[in-house]
Design a binder for this molecule. Sequence first.
Ligand SMILES: [Zn+2]
Length: 270
Amino acid sequence: MADVITTTQLLCRQCAAALVVEQGAKYATCDFCGTVNFLDKSEAVLHYAVRPTIDATQAAAALRRWMAGNQTEKGLDTAAQIETQQFQLFPMWLARTEEKGQEVVHLKPAAALSIVELGNLRVPAADLVPFDDALDADAIRPTVPVTAVRAWLAENEGIAAGAIREISLVHVPLYQFKYRYKDNAYTALVDAATGQVFAAIYPEKFELPYVSIGGFGCLAYFLAALIPLITFYVVKSSVGIAIGALIYLGVAVALAVPIFIAAASVSRKY
Ligand SMILES: [Zn+2]
């Protein structure tokens, strides 16, 4: 990973052993000599990984639950064919800044996103562990340099360089699924720390029939409600309103039948 982004190893000022630095910590005690080191992270780029809490089977189950949910087409969970499932670590930049005495955490993708919604990834600080080189095989290389993150913080968030406490590279564990549904290929990601599902394009529930039935229903009832007004003008007395109201009741009941049938047929179909 050193070819693109250089991450820092902070060393003990007493014995030069590598320090295990907790995310967000200001001090670290050396495991070897016990010296308490103040951590100057203003120039350091520490590297962490989020510990996965779900395995491959649980990730697949989370995807099926999402497929069975309200956003997706009915029957997707049973009809979708999962073709591949791959574990990977996606790089994110995590910046801690101080704004009006409050610590604020900013997250930015450190590589190109296949799924835009990943920008909403949450990084649970409690689950961060120092990155281990053994994880390298699954890790996607960061392509966004730390200078771009500093520029983004300054230009888009209005944060002065002096307000940045630390910037860390965090690899987030994800399961990437490729699945097939009705002859189309789709990709979905499952966050291996939270079980959250991310998908940009998926078989969405078709909302239009519900909307148009609802719209037609509203219009029909609005027009029916005008009947007493019309009969009042025709008969030219309050008897006209009573007649109109009776006609209105009949029409309202009659209208409910086709609207109900249409709604029922739509919910069977989608
Ligand atoms: Zn030491």
